[in-house]
Design a protein around this ligand. Sequence first.
Ligand code: ACM
Ligand code: ZN
Length: 553
Amino acid sequence: MVKKISLLGCAALFAANMQAQSPSTLNLIPLPEKCTVQAGAFTINPQTKIVLSANTAQMQHAVARLNEQLSSAAGFSLAVVERGAGDNALTCTLNPKLKSDEAYKLSVKKNSVQVEAKTPRGIFYAMQTIRQLLPPQIESKQPATGVKWAIPCVEIEDAPRYGYRGLHLDVGRHFMSKNEVMQYIDLLAYHKMNTFHWHLTEDQGWRIEIKKYPKLTEVGGYRNRTLKGAYVAAEKRQWDNTRYGGFYTQEDVKEVLAYAEKRFVTVIPEVELPGHAVAALTAYPQYSCTGGPFEVEGLWGVHNDIFCPKEETFTFLEDILAEIADLFPSEYIHIGGDEAPKTRWSRCHACQERIKKEGLKDEHELQAYFIKRVEKFLAGKGKKIIGWDEILEGGITPSATVMYWRAWGGDSSIVSAIRRGHNVIMTPNSHAYLDYYQANPKTEPHAIGGYLPLWRVYSFEPTPASLTPDEATRVLGFQGNVWTEYMPNFERVIYMAYPRAAAIAEIGWISKGKRDYDSFQERLIQLMTRYDIMGIRCNRTFLSEGRSEKKEK
Ligand code: ACM
Ligand code: ZN
C-alpha cells in the first residue's frame, strides 16, 4: 500500500514505525521538501552497482562518500560503472530539468534505486540522504555484523531553500589540526551544508602560511600566554604561560580544499582587516600606526592596534591576498571588517593625512576607504568580498556581501543594506553564535556567555518579513559561527557546534512552512545514534529541555 503523507507525518510515521521497521528509519535532517513512503525496502549487497550517467570526476566524488562508508561498515564497496541494468543498482542520472543545482530526486523501489539531479552536487545530497536512510551502523568505522543494508522504499523530491548554508570555525583563538578541519567539513557536508567559513587570522594567531611573509606564521602563529578561565578584571586574570600555536602550510590548505571539493563544500577563507590584526603586526609592526612592538595576544576581546592604511600596508595586504586568491577557488574572500577600534587612527599622522587627502569625513569613512581598496584589488583577481556588518559603516559599494552578526541592531540595518543592493548572509549572534551557552551555565563547560538553546536556533527566520520577494533573493542564506576562545580542543568544538549546527542546516534547507521543532527533535534523537557511532560527542541538553519549550530559562 502506498501512503501519501505530509512531511511532518513522514517523520512522525517513521518515529512510530521505528520499532516495527527497525533498523530502517526515515529520520532525515534536513527534512526533504517532498517525501512519500512506500512499503518495502531495497537492500544493498556486494553485487549492487552504482551506475553513473556521466563518468566525470565530480560524479565519482558524488558517490564516493557513500561507498567509503559501505567499505568500512559493510566490508564491501559497490562497483561504479557507466552503464548497466536497472536492477540491483543505484542509478545516478543528470537531468537538466531539475529546479536547481542542488536539487535531487530519489526513488527507492524494492529492486532498484534511481537518483536524478541537475548537477553532481545534487547527486551528492541524494547520497547523504541514502546514508541517513540506511541503518545507523553505516556510520561505523569497523565492519558491522548481521546488518541488512536496507533502504526503505521512498519517493523524495528535494531542494534547499537557500543557496548558502554555512558553518564557520575560528582557528585563531584555538588552532584545530588539518585533520580536525577535514572532519568538521565532512560533518557539515553530511548535513547538506555547502560552505565552510575558515576564520584564519586573529589577534591571537595567524594560521596560514604566506610565502612572501614567512614571519606571519613563524612569529604570528604562536603566543606566549593564554588567558586561563574566565575573562575577569585585569588584576584577577590568570594566565597559562605555555607557548601555544600552529598554522597550516599552503600544502595543508590544498589538501583541505581537495577534501572539501569532494564533498561539494566551498571553503571561504577569512583574512581579518583592518582589525583583529595583532598577530600579523607582531610579525610586521611597520604596518601599524605606532610601530609597535607587539605580542601575539593571549587575551580575548577587541584590541586597539590595527592595520594603518598607509601605502605600504596596502602593498603588504595585497601580497597576502594575492596568495590567498591563488590558493582558494572560492569566488568569495571574507575580509573581516568587524571590531576595528579607531583609537589609533584618530591619533596617527598617516591616517589623518589619508583622511585629508581622500576628502573623507572621519575614521569610519577611512575604514570604508580601506575596505573599498581591498575590494577593488580582489575584484582584479576575480574575487568578491564578504565582510562583517561593520563594513556598512562609513559607506561601502553594494557589490560587497554583508555577513550580519550584530543582531542587537535589529533587522532594520540589514533590511536597508538589502534595499541598497547588498547581498547578505545571516549569522546573527542572537541565533547563530554556537559559542554561546546552550544550557544552564552551571552544568556546562565554561563558555563565552550568552544563552542560545537548540530551540532558539531552530526558531530563526533568515529572511526579514518586510522584504519584497525580489529583495528576499538577496538573503543568500544562514550560517552558524564557532568562535573558539573557550574551546581549547576539537572535542569541545564539536560539543558546542552540535546539535545546534544540525538546526542551522535544517533552517537553511527547508521551506519556511515546513519547520516543526517537535519533528526536528524526534529526528535528531535518531540522528544522535549515528553521531554516537561516528564518535561525535554532541551536547544532549535539549533532551531534557521539554519537547516544545519556547520560554527563556
Ligand atoms: C564577530 O563576532 N566579531 C564577527
Ligand atoms: Zn595609522
